[in-house]
Design a binder for this molecule. Structure first.
Ligand code: ASP
Length: 346
């Protein structure tokens, strides 16, 4: 049940959802929010006010930068008391990074922040954008009988599924079900009704918490994906990058890596120099267990910290967040072992 005064701020950053085909080149280009509204007259059917904020110019999410995350945090913070929920229209390519970053940057969030987008532009007949947008707005406004928000966390809604934002990954470049939350159950499913999953822990609403927006991020982070045949000079060059503070090491299976002497030695040296190395699996689902095999255990010995069942997107943005706040390497390692916004299962 919504109170008659429920209101939602719709923030339009760009992405396929608001694109139109250039008749000459055939390429998709951004159009502005008025045109978006023209294509979704149903927006007027909600019985509560929906205000809009548009990025000018709208951007393809491939151009997304931490500065844009800061901008989103600022918009939400400045408008926090005026709205019951926020919907962010965003390109799908980097949506999981933005959702992860916002989950850390919006401390004490007690209102829904729902990111959505689409695989087909809104002007196209078979678009998935309309459904995604309408349902996201409904979720952002959804309240309990007592008038408390049902989902006070940063989420992605896509093709019928509401997912915890920092658990999502874009896993399909073509299908409408572009996102999955492999290691955490969906928070809600949208069919005829929107069914909230009572068996899963949705962030609980805590009365009178004050939103604490964070803007500090340090981007001296790199993702190193292992593959059979990876050469020492490649690993050494990456670990030797000037100013590098953290590495998300994408390992095999349950957190395994080559046992080669040079590899372990290079990781040991980097850890000793204060570079934080986090072990995240290349597998979509499942968890890193470094004690399980000798190959993982060696990494532990080299000072590598466990990434548990974190997505790469979440590990990267969490590291940016922690490093940005000036924690020492050991403090960062310690916090990587703790859940800050439901991003890992310990
Ligand atoms: N390149 C687009 C973007 O991420 C793709 C999309 O929106 O689906 O902005």
């Amino acid at each position: 049940m919504n109170s008659p005064y429920t209101s939602v701020l719709l923030i339009y950053t760009g992405g396929t959802i608001g694109m139109i085909e250039n008749t000459e080149t055939g390429a998709l280009e951004n159009f502005n929010f008025e045109q978006l509204q023209k294509h979704i007259p149903e927006l007027h059917k909600f019985n509560f006010p929906i205000d809009t904020y548009q990025f000018d110019p709208p951007m393809d999410s491939s151009d997304m930068e931490p500065d844009m995350w800061r901008k989103l945090v600022r918009i939400i913070h400045e408008n926090y008391s005026r709205y019951h929920g926020f919907v962010i229209l965003h390109g799908t390519d980097t949506m999981a990074y933005t959702a992860s970053a916002l989950s850390f940057m919006l401390e004490n969030l007690e209102k829904p922040v729902i990111l959505t987008g689409s695989q087909l532009p809104i002007g196209v007949l078979r678009t998935d954008g309309k459904e995604n947008l309408m349902t996201s707005i409904e979720i952002a406004a959804a309240q309990t009988k007592e008038g408390k928000p049902l989902v006070p966390e940063v989420c992605i809604f896509f093709e019928n599924h509401l997912m915890r934002g920092n658990r999502t990954t874009k896993m399909n470049a073509e299908n409408f079900n572009a996102f999955r939350s492999f290691n955490y159950p969906v928070l809600a499913e949208a069919g005829i009704h929107i069914k909230y999953n009572n068996n899963v822990q949705i962030r609980s609403y805590k009365e009178k918490q004050k939103l604490k927006p964070h803007y500090l991020l340090d981007t001296n982070v790199v993702v190193l994906k292992l593959f059979p045949g990876i050469q020492e000079n490649v690993v050494a060059t990456i670990l030797g990058i000037e100013g590098l503070k953290a590495v998300v090491l994408e390992t095999y299976g349950s957190g395994n890596a080559p046992r080669k002497e040079w590899f372990i030695r290079r990781l040991c040296q980097a850890s000793a120099q204060g570079i934080v190395i986090v072990n995240v699996t290349q597998c979509n689902a499942g968890m890193v267990e470094m004690e399980r095999y000798e190959t993982g255990y060696q990494l532990l010995q080299a000072g590598v910290v466990c990434g548990y069942d974190s997505t790469t997107e979440s590990a990267v943005t969490k590291l940016m967040f922690l490093l940005g706040h000036g924690y020492t390497p050991d403090e960062v390692r310690d916090r990587m072992n703790r859940s800050m916004a439901g991003e890992i299962t310990i």
